[in-house]
Design a protein around this ligand. Sequence first.
Ligand code: CTP
Ligand code: MG
Length: 406
Amino acid sequence: MTLLPVPKTAIIVVAAGSGTRLGAGAPKAFVGIDVHSILRHALDGVFAASPAQVIVVAPAGYEGEAEAELHAAAGDRRELGRVVTGGQTRQRSVAAGLTALWGDISTVLVHDAARALTPPAVIDAVSAAVTADAGVIPALPVVDTLKKVGRGSVVGAVDRSALAAAQTPQGFPRSLLENAYEAALASGVEYTDDAALFAAAGHEVRYIEGSARGFKITTAADLDRARYLLSASAAPPPRTSPGASPAGIGVRVGVGTDVHAFGGEGDLWLAGLEWPGEPALSGHSDGDAVAHAIVDALLGAAGLGDIGEHFGTSHPEFAGAHADVFLGRTRELLADAGFAIGNVSAQFQGNRPRFSARRAEAEQVLSQALGGAPVSITATTTDGLGFSGRGEGIAVTAVASVIARG
Ligand code: CTP
Ligand code: MG
């Protein structure tokens, strides 16, 4: 074990939120951006900055996963990191992180794991700017024209030159921050961020320039933006040889189809869901033609062969397996080959089941099996034509995009 000098700065990385607005079926910090999770990317940034104690605040029950991400990101700085369990609100999660500070720490940075692509230079600039009596936040000018609104009408203008959008990490002198947190917890007030809580205790907060890459991953669109930024920066330089990716970014697409006849045993499995009372499809596994078409689209996009090669009858371990197993294994195959999943879209043709009422549920199950990649599923009928129109079976077409890591 290497002995590192004890740092004076600590970074509390809050990752204990549930990610309700992202809706990826897992706590947000553990959703994949590419082959790595949001938390892992955030920690890569933290460990690329100057050495600091690193406290990861994890959702209850996810401490082990957080520890694994911490160790993977920390490299030889592993002894600087530890994981604590978060609370019901962000403020409580930060308070939990504060209890783990080492005695020598004099500056504390609080950072949202959700701001996963924050450049290390911003982290270092914030810690350098903290003084004994003032906190520091990174902030960006507001670019949108802002309006005051109420009851469906615009009621006034807002001077945006007097406004800035706050980011993290936010840095503070330790003892003033600890006292401010004690006061906030005693008052029961929930502040919108640490700077507001610190200012409410009567202290000054300064700002430095933030970074466009410090945006918070809140919605699916934010996750897409993070994926795009990573794929663009990971892409190899454009080549002129045959096979070069024309846009110079490492995005590839694949297509997959599957057809199964009705006539299996038990209830139908389709799009990752069980459909009690619906006739089952026949097949080597559960007959879930939607999942199988998606697997082929993903394997095809990555140039990794097809479903028969990886899951066919020569792989009896997949007999009867459901979508989560197929898609989870496909994701692993892609990750091993250096590909992250961009998105998946599939459509099935069939008279039944009636799909729309369970679309959101199906998309969530399939997306979760693919590590949070966006999945959309549509259904259509064929006006009575063909085998699907006669109710003999279901046909599916899927397309998928994958992102090659540099
Ligand atoms: N956070 C936390 N503990 C909580 C709530 C939030 O540690 N009880 C963290 C989140 O993990 C995130 C950061 O605070 O890194 C900013 O919160 P936000 O973006 O709102 O994340 P979530 O609360 O997970 O998302 P949502 O509000 O959509 O559920
Ligand atoms: Mg939240």
